[in-house]
Design a protein around this ligand. Structure first.
Ligand code: G16
Length: 539
């Protein structure tokens, strides 16, 4: 029946943010995402929900408005839980329920969620909001703020910021400043100071040159980089491109570089100099460079993960600390990277489902858990025991522990952070005296290819075994197995994207030609057996 706990929820919805989409939508890999024009009511409702979640946890909750790597016309929203982690699974269900409810039952549904979670809705609530540079973001942010206020929560609006900054600030705000000062300035200071200190002995070392080309994807990462440049001074010479003068993520940025395996537009080609590309909310990073022979080479999340895990392992064993280090990847990890890190470096590897929350969870089983998706999303997490042991050994002047301690401050362990990851990579390359080519030579990627297939309903695709095996439609996996067996050392899998309305196909084989063939064959199988809608001949 009617409830008086949320007296204005229904009227505000009907008057300002009426539900405009009929079809069921779901809280996916990174929250809700779609064309920005369809999101007003979603944002309003997520403002309401974030307030309840804040009352539920007795802590501040983050709301980030972004569609990250998606095109500029899209937008989205993701919620950040008290310790900087992704929204708890049970609340993803509440989010989906709330967003799909009719306008005039909003108060009832909110009350049901409150009852289920045992929330005292009279409690104080604090919601920290932030948004990317998309033209639609400010309007959508206002909708979220209206939601928070309608549920009588308090708002702290951070304005235009990156996803990793909101995760950092939520974490620091809730832990009373233990992880760092809960301000933007605190964030820049913590990371930059540690970076500058670790290379105090000079920026050049061996074949390492402190020079990069920075591809800001025409988004908020470009703004963040301007701030960092002011803080790191001469320690790294970063020439900035795609600072917002072009279209967000268009022909540039981390997702373009990864999926197209091409040099980003808007950045002048310069052989031998590392190019760093970030995505639309600066939580992903890709490196690329042109070698002496003019060949384009991409260094993705796997290359970064293996570089940093190898370095951490070296410091760890030199320090004598007995801590367990491991790497978490997803099915997209290049087979060559997994083999290299397991067999050559002896670091244990686990495989998780796509999406930060899954990797994050898996990484927690280690004292030092490195997690990275091949698309460049990742970070390192340290258990409390590891932090204590490292800081204590550093205090006792154990020089490897001192370095580990510095590295801990460069890393934003609350979530993948493109610029913090970049500064960590630069630190490792500097320490090793490596050029981009040296780094790339550690192992050779197996040729790989990703494709997208449009289908009528992507939810018909379900998977198991960390997305490596397709369960439905029944028979599709058998077809994939048959196709893969046609290639020596081939590998392929399919899964429904959680951020785009498509099915993703991944293939790997010993040569690019074979890889392309396998990818196309698997994509055709998806089209045939999972209700493909596009032109099959165009695959
Ligand atoms: C988001 C998630 C990533 C995921 C990516 C693609 O990234 O945070 O974990 O890898 O989407 O997901 P899917 O394959 O399900 O579409 P971003 O950078 O778009 O927020």
């Amino acid at each position: 029946g009617r409830t008086m706990t949320f007296p204005k929820a229904v009227t505000v919805a009907k008057e300002q943010y009426p539900k405009s989409v009929k079809k069921e939508i779901k809280y996916g890999t990174a929250g809700f995402r779609s064309n920005a024009a369809e999101l007003d009511f979603v944002l309003y409702r997520m403002g309401l929900l974030a307030t309840l979640r804040s009352q539920d946890t007795g802590a501040a909750i983050g709301v980030m408005i972004t569609a990250s790597h998606n095109p500029v016309a899209d937008n989205g929203v993701k919620l950040v839980d008290p310790a900087g982690e992704m929204l708890a699974a049970a609340w993803e269900v509440h989010a989906t329920t709330l967003v799909n409810a009719p306008d005039d039952s909003l108060d009832v549904v909110l009350q049901e969620i409150a009852n289920k979670a045992g929330i005292d809705v009279g409690k104080k609530a604090m919601v920290i909001v932030g948004r990317d540079t998309r033209p639609s973001s400010e309007h959508l942010c206002n909708a979220a703020v209206t939601g928070v206020k309608t549920a009588r929560g308090q708002v702290w609006d951070l304005g235009v910021i990156t996803t990793p900054v909101i995760h950092y600030i939520v974490t620091c705000h809730n832990d009373g400043g233990k992880y760092g000062e809960p301000t933007l300035e605190g964030y820049y200071q913590k990371i930059s100071k540690a970076f500058v200190k670790l290379r105090a002995d000079g920026a050049s070392n061996g074949k390492y040159e402190p020079e990069i080309l920075f591809d800001g994807a025409n988004g908020v990462g470009a703004l963040a980089m301007e701030e960092f440049v002011g803080h790191i001074g001469k320690a790294l010479n970063a020439t900035r491109y795609n600072k917002g003068d072009g279209i967000l993520n268009h022909m540039c940025g981390a997702d373009f570089v990864k999926t197209q395996q091409r040099w980003p537009g808007g950045v002048p080609e310069q052989a031998g100099i590392r190019c760093v590309s970030v995505d639309g909310d600066a939580d992903r990073i890709m490196y690329s460079f042109i070698d002496a022979s003019g060949k384009y080479l991409m260094l993705d999340g796997d290359k970064i993960a293996t570089l940093v895990a190898g370095y951490l392992q070296e410091l760890l064993s030199a320090s004598g600390l007995k801590l367990k280090l491991g790497l978490v990847q997803t099915a997209y990890a290049n087979g060559a990277s997994t083999e290299y890190i397991q067999k050559k470096l002896g670091v244990p590897v686990s495989c998780a489902k796509t999406g930060v929350k899954h990797l994050h969870h898996e990484a927690q089983q280690y004292d030092i858990g490195v997690y990275f998706e091949a698309n460049g999303h990742g970070t390192v997490m340290f258990s409390q025991a590891a932090k204590d042991a490292i800081r204590a050994a550093a205090q006792a002047k154990n020089s490897s522990a001192e370095k580990l301690s510095g590295v801990m401050d460069i890393i934003n362990e609350t979530v993948g952070d493109a610029i913090s990851d970049m500064l960590f990579v630069e630190t490792v390359l500097h320490a090793r005296g490596w050029s981009a080519a040296d780094w790339n030579n550690a192992y050779t990627d197996l040729p790989n290819r990703q494709m997208k297939v449009t289908v009528a309903d992507r939810s018909v695709i379900t998977t198991t075994d960390a997305e490596r095996v397709c369960v439905t439609p029944v028979g599709l996996q058998d077809t994939i197995n048959k196709l893969v067996s046609g290639f020596s050392k081939g590998r392929a899998f399919v899964r429904a994207s959680g951020t785009e309305d498509i099915v993703r196909v991944y293939a790997e084989a010993p040569t690019q030609e074979e890889t392309d063939k396998l990818a196309v064959q698997v994509a055709c199988a998806v089209h045939d057996q999972a209700g493909g809608t596009g032109d099959r001949n165009a695959i």
